[in-house]
Ligand binder design. Sequence first.
Ligand code: ZN
Length: 149
Amino acid sequence: MKKSSEAIQISSSILKTELDYILEQMIVSVEDNLCIGVEDGYDDNSFWISFESNEEEYWPSAGIIEIDVNSDPFTKIASLVHEVGHYFLEKDPSLGSGSHKMFEESVAWYLGYRYFESNGFVIDPEEYKKEMNKCLEEYTRSINEKDNN
Ligand SMILES: [Zn+2]
């Protein structure tokens, strides 16, 4: 076991079982610290579902993150990090809503990375960028397709 003061370095070259274990720890951290529920997703995608804050609720929850069950463990970790970034952007009172989709998607990748980094989960930046760039290219393509229809 690593000491809690020691950051966990995450890359896709780590054993799958170890990555699964790290993902579990990251999920516990999100559930405990941010009141976000993390669930298995079966729609070939990962996403963030925001809840309206309801103070009267006995178990207040900020929202739910669904993680695509069919992804490999490293992609699941990157997806969790990105969706947590959406949560942080949404909480921003001035720039949290009304921005271009590409701004939201890019900033979510950034904020999520910084959040986990400050909590001791450091993802290999080159690999993270690769995953991030792949997803940003997909968003760009889907936006362009909509524009052409
Ligand atoms: Zn996103």
